[in-house]
Design a protein around this ligand. Structure first.
Ligand code: FE2
Ligand code: FE2
Length: 461
């Protein structure tokens, strides 16, 4: 057994007497374990390893800069020597990462041992020399990602660039994230650790995890969180479905929860499906800690208005050409992360949330009513022109049944009353689906007439 394998993780013995630096070191141990996970989880893809490497690069740059700034500030006598040791380790890490990215995939296996061994020895032999010399005022308290950005800017020409995000970030967090609860839905334990690490960095420690399809279903139905970070594919199933359910108010979850969908596939259809779920954003795996952090903070501080169309409820994205978007009005929706982060009372938030839900439901009813007429017309036209097939008729009737189902459910939920006309229409669709071979044009005409009647009631609301 190697020396590194015998080090379980951070313990009080590693404390250098400063909370910020101790917290960095704890996270450093976590990253080392994350790298260990990569080796043992044979099923992990190259993307996962890339994510962990980006996180390590960012972490090393940020932590070293935090220590170096503090040492310089207090005129620490071993400063130059200490900085040289950081530099040497940084080069070693960058070399391994460079080799990995150049195709020598097995070098990643060395990283866990390298990081853990170096870390334990460096803390005990070097960092301990400034123990008791640093006060909180001497140490930059900002999250590591900000320091990593500074480190990148401080690099001279010709030095190797680190893979940190290039976006400009605000000087400090504007919101208090300590009361936020986040839900992570990610089957890979390595990526999960990375997400947890990033959330902790922002100040979020209330974290729930649901890592299989059934558990996600239960979590989304119950709600209780303000942020969701979810892999778009869980156990081979499309989990963007859950975001759609949440946005269309079919669960007890807050429909305005902030969501980030993680996507491994670059396939256009997969990206489109993820974007059309109504998620706030999609993040491609691999991602760095800074990218995830910037997305979460970006959504928390600048929430986009929502739009409601026939097949979409979610943030408006101006650069997307979705049918119906151009005419859809923008709805200002509340932001649960911002509300909790600014200390707005639960009652006040709930009031705003319910108001926005009512507006969305009204638009949704109108758009479902419009969809019924559209679908009935195309079904009747196909039948009249003799171009419909059993399959196309079945598809249209199923679509109409689903639309009527949602319409009936929304009416029941938000007005407390049953809508007999909608339910009768839905039952008629079901009945026709049961005798596909015998459907006559007159049946479709009759269905269309009752569809138009249903539509008139809700389209004019
Ligand atoms: Fe350190
Ligand atoms: Fe150090």
């Amino acid at each position: 057994m190697t020396e590194a394998c015998q080090i379980a993780g951070w313990s009080d013995a590693f404390s250098v007497g400063n909370a910020a630096i101790d917290s960095d070191h704890k996270a450093f141990f976590e990253i080392a374990n994350l790298l260990k996970g990569i080796i043992f989880e044979a099923a992990e893809s190259k993307f996962v390893i890339e994510s962990a490497l980006a996180m390590l690069e960012e972490y090393v740059a940020g932590h070293f800069l935090r220590e170096e700034k503090a040492m310089e500030k207090i005129g620490f006598q071993h400063f130059e020597d200490h900085r040289a040791k950081h530099f040497a380790f940084n080069r070693k890490i960058n070399e391994v990462i460079r080799l990995y990215r150049g195709g020598s995939l097995s070098v990643a296996e060395k990283l866990h041992d390298l990081v853990l061994k170096w870390l334990a020895s460096h803390i005990m032999n070097e960092d301990m020399k400034f123990r008791s010399l640093l006060t909180d005022d001497d140490v930059d308290q900002r999250p590591l990602a900000y320091l990593a950005l500074d480190a990148l800017e401080n690099e001279g020409p010709g030095t190797e660039k680190l893979a940190v995000p290039t976006v400009i970030v605000p000087a400090k967090l504007k919101l208090d994230y300590s009361k936020i609860t986040a839900l992570i839905c990610e089957p890979s334990s390595t990526i999960r650790s990375g997400i947890r690490f990033t959330l902790n960095e922002i100040g979020i420690s209330n974290i729930e995890e649901s890592n299989n399809f059934i558990a996600i279903d239960e979590s989304c139905r119950n709600g209780g969180f303000q942020i969701i970070v979810m892999d778009a594919m869980v156990g081979g199933n499309d989990s963007a479905y859950f975001i759609r359910q949440i946005r269309s108010i079919q669960t007890n979850c807050d429909p305005f929860v902030l969501t980030v969908l993680l996507l491994s596939s670059r396939d256009e259809a997969a990206v489109r499906s993820a974007m059309s779920s109504g998620t706030d954003s999609v993040l491609l795996i691999p991602f760095s800690s800074g990218q995830l952090r910037d997305q979460i903070i970006g959504h928390a501080e600048r929430r986009k208005p929502f739009i409601v169309t026939q097949d979409y409820i979610g943030p408006e994205r101006q650069n997307e050409n979705r049918p119906g978007c151009a005419s859809a009005p923008q709805i200002i929706v509340p932001n649960p992360v911002e509300a909790l982060g600014r200390g707005i009372s639960i009652e006040q938030y709930e009031y705003r949330k319910n108001e926005a839900i009512q507006v969305i439901v009204n638009y949704r009813l109108k758009s479902l009513a419009g969809a019924i007429v559209f679908e009935c017309n195309s079904l009747a036209a196909g039948m009249r022109d003799g171009v419909s097939t059993t399959e196309s008729t079945f598809r249209s009737l199923t679509r109409l049944e689903n639309i009527a189902d949602e319409l009936a459910e929304k009416i029941r939920k938000f007005s407390g009353a049953k809508s007999y006309s909608v339910e009768t229409f839905r039952d008629r669709c079901r009945e026709l689906k049961g005798r596909l071979g015998e459907i006559a044009y007159v049946d479709i005409e009759e269905l269309s007439a009752s569809g138009r009647k249903v539509s008139e009631i809700y389209a004019s609301r």
